[in-house]
Design a protein around this ligand. Structure first.
Ligand code: NAP
Ligand code: ZN
Length: 357
């Protein structure tokens, strides 16, 4: 039974230009269609991609821009054809809200590689169509097949939100490159993605080495599950790990020297980049690849099926994000702190602060 067919007036925060702070913004969410789930948003994580987008650093931002793709909330209405969610359920939405559903990657449950361009939760379909507005908002309406079940305890809900992007973006490549017992895995950067990478790789049974530019994060990294910590600006500490890694997951949000990490891979080792800096990295030295048949790869979030698998894996292993909860009106300060690596380790917006404003 459809409980409401009306569009929902929605409060949000939006960027209106690359150099403008985020400010209050109002719009309407569509009336839920037969296959849609409508939710009140309770918490939304703050991903570095939100900042890249709000400031047009990837040069593709449509304004006004409402970021936010680490969304958890409670279902308020479902369309007639919805079978997996009911009113009152907790639910999550990540980086995608739709895809073509008929190309080869979509058929394989890899909607993030949709050949016709998946629809991002914010900043719209990649090819044409209306702009989409993300989770820095009070409500959202999403097609059922892009909504996730949450089985963590409700008291952990705020700390579950970052799993919807930071969790799946690290889980997917760790699975793809078979992190597990007997594997030496490096995680580069202890930010939102990096700290989830450490927790997940450790839970998979790998020997985890965390690389950081911030020596002050050493103790935290060990607490989060790393077996060793390397300060990447210390050449001696780096050299001690030469030719030894099966896999390195690089989450750094700024251009940096990739060769220093490629040299740490053993024969046939792979480094996968998930960090997406606005400017390119310096070109890597080809000999770093040739001499040990090393590989440099990339990875984009994860498919919906795998996102559910990750949420269930994290619930089973007691994994959530380490968070600092903020009010919506402090988002601009949070962005500045994120740029200084001053967040332990993910900001999460309590959407009550917006609903009540
Ligand atoms: P974040 O919380 O800001 O973390 C990035 C970390 O990178 C920092 O904490 C810092 O760690 C390190 N870092 C920053 N500047 C550095 C520099 N100049 N040199 C070396 N290290 C530096 O960001 P995030 O939310 O984890 O996102 C990381 C990147 O992944 C962003 O570019 C984001 O857009 C991208 N992303 C990609 C995907 C995907 O699907 N591929 C999905 C989500 C996000 P230390 O202090 O430990 O050095
Ligand atoms: Zn993200």
């Amino acid at each position: 039974m459809t409980t409401t067919l009306a569009p929902t007036p929605t409060r949000a925060y939006a960027a209106t230009a690359a150099d403008a702070p985020l400010t209050p913004f109002a719009f309407e969410r569509r009336a839920p269609g037969p296959q849609d789930v409508a939710m009140d948003i309770l918490y939304c994580g703050v991903c570095h991609s939100d900042l890249h987008t709000a400031r047009n650093e990837w040069r593709n931002t449509l304004y006004p821009s409402v970021p936010g793709h680490e969304i958890v909330g409670r279902v308020t209405a479902v369309g007639d054809l919805v079978t997996k969610f009911k009113v009152g359920d907790l639910a999550g939405v990540g980086c995608m809200v739709d895809s073509c559903q008929h190309c080869a990657p979509c058929d394989q449950g890899e909607e993030q590689y949709c050949e016709n361009g998946f629809t991002g939760t914010y900043n719209g379909p990649m090819f044409g169509g209306e702009n989409t507005f993300g989770g820095y908002s009070t409500h959202i309406v999403v097609r059922e097949s892009f909504v996730l079940h949450i089985s963590h305890d409700e008291s952990q809900l705020a700390a579950v939100a970052p799993l919807l992007c930071a969790g799946i973006t690290t889980y997917s490549p760790l699975r793809q490159w078979e992190a597990g017992p007997g594997k030496k895995v490096g995680i580069v950067g202890l930010g939102g993605l990096g700290h989830m990478g450490v927790k997940i790789a450790a839970a998979m049974g790998a020997h985890v080495v965390l690389f950081t530019t911030s020596a002050s994060k050493r103790e935290d990294a060990l607490r989060l599950g790393a077996s060793e910590v390397v300060v990447s600006r210390n050449a001696e500490e780096m050299a001690a790990h030469a030719n030894s890694f099966d896999f390195i997951l690089n989450t750094v949000a700024a251009p940096h020297d990739l060769d220093a990490f490629m040299a740490l891979l053993k024969l046939d080792g792979t480094m996968t980049l998930v960090g997406a800096p606005a400017e390119p990295h310096p070109s890597p030295n080809i000999f770093g690849f040739i001499m040990k048949r090393r590989r440099l790869a990339g990875s984009l979030i994860g498919g919906i099926r795998e996102t559910q698998e990750m949420l269930d894996f994290c619930a089973r292993h007691g994994i959530v994000s380490d968070i600092e909860t903020i009010d919506m009106d402090t988002i601009n300060t949070a962005y500045e702190r994120m740029l200084k690596s001053d967040v332990k380790y993910r900001f999460v917006i309590d959407m009550k602060s917006l609903a009540a404003a």
